[in-house]
Design a protein around this ligand. Structure first.
Ligand code: CP
Ligand code: NVA
Length: 330
């Protein structure tokens, strides 16, 4: 295992990583996945400890960090949204200096990207971004690994993101696709497109990697030639409930439907970072669905449950890729 290369690096956004480094992380994740499937012990980090700070809730990211740490031979401490002093009684800079005296690495999930950046600035150990309002880089690694496993390659593949393209998933997929030479399309209402400054940064990356970026308001046009149709919840964690009405009005035409899947390449896959509102079997899904007369939101149940859906491969890959990030940077 070549673990020296990225040692002590923070993992805050894929903007900070070169295509070669991203490929290295994907290769490492694939190798670690293989080791696990073959039942080979890969506990290469005995005695290491990692702190997992979650200011927002989580299933996949938390479980992936905990299991990955455990399988690498490390111990982890989970700090839940209410169980620490962070931000309330203790400044981020102080928290960073305290935790980096105790731990070998720190994961942070929370609100503004500036918080995880400050944490990294004051921390002596690697800091990993487990989702902020702006970016979700560990999710993108899992997505890239899933696409590569499915198609055998990333370069040239067309990924269309349907939904609120201004938030963490839209931004991060645009960066990931730009870095890996893919064709990225944000398909959203004009006012829900990524910020101009980020688009400009990604255009510069794309010019180096052979990637292309496009911005399309019509879902059927966007789906044409797509290899990956990707969506996310319409209202993200931490956003006020009042935004549901506007999001439903604006984003209903961008729901990933069977009709949209048929407009894409015949081998196209459906992806979603999860959790997904594909039916009314959740408290929020039921409440919002009944209020607005919907039986699903961002994706039709038939697509989510259909043959082209790879959402659970994607969820599994969260663990292997997070393990790679920790193994490479510790
Ligand atoms: N996709 C993802 O980050 O899921 P969790 O919110 O459950 O961690
Ligand atoms: N945009 C979503 C992603 C969840 C993984 C959110 O921030 O809630």
């Amino acid at each position: 295992m070549r673990l020296g290369k990225l040692k002590n690096r923070d993992f805050l956004t894929l903007l900070d990583y070169t295509p070669a480094e991203i490929t290295y992380l994907l290769d490492l994740a694939a190798w670690l996945k293989q080791q696990k499937k073959a039942g080979v012990n890969h506990a290469a980090f005995p005695g290491k400890n990692v702190a997992l700070i979650f200011e927002k809730t989580s299933t996949r990211t938390r479980c992936s960090f905990e299991v990955a740490a455990n399988e690498l031979g490390m111990h982890s401490t989970y700090l839940d949204p209410s169980g620490s002093q962070i931000g309330k009684k203790e400044a981020i800079a102080d928290t960073a200096r305290v935790l980096s005296r105790i731990y070998d690495g720190i994961e942070y999930r929370g609100y503004d990207q500036s918080i995880v950046e400050e944490l990294a600035q004051y921390s002596d150990v690697p800091v990993w971004n487990g989702l902020t309002n702006q970016y979700h880089p560990t999710q993108i690694l899992a997505d890239l690994l899933t696409i590569r496993e499915h198609f055998g390659t990333l370069a040239g593949k067309k990924l269309v993101y349907f939904g609120d393209a201004r938030y963490n998933m839209g931004n991060s997929l645009m960066i990931g696709c730009a870095k890996m030479g893919m064709q990225f399309t944000a398909c959203a209402p004009k006012s829900y497109m990524p910020e101009a400054a980020l688009i400009e940064k990604c255009q510069k990356i794309a010019a180096q990697t052979g990637a292309s970026l496009s911005f399309e308001t019509d879902p059927l046009t966007a789906a044409k030639g797509a290899d990956v149709l990707y969506t996310d919840v319409w209202v993200s964690m931490g956003e006020p409930a009042e935004v549901w009405q506007e999001r439903i009005e604006k984003l209903s035409p961008y729901c990933v439907t069977e009709k949209l899947m048929k407009a894409a390449n015949p081998e196209a896959v459906f992806m979603h970072c999860l959790p997904a509102f594909h039916d009314l079997k959740t408290t929020i899904g039921k409440e919002i669905g009944e209020k607005f007369g919907l039986d699903h939101m961002e994706v039709e149940d038939a697509v989510f449950e259909g043959k082209q859906s790879v959402v659970f491969d994607e969820a599994e890959n969260r663990m292997h890729t997070i393990k790679a990030v920790m193994a490479a940077t510790l």
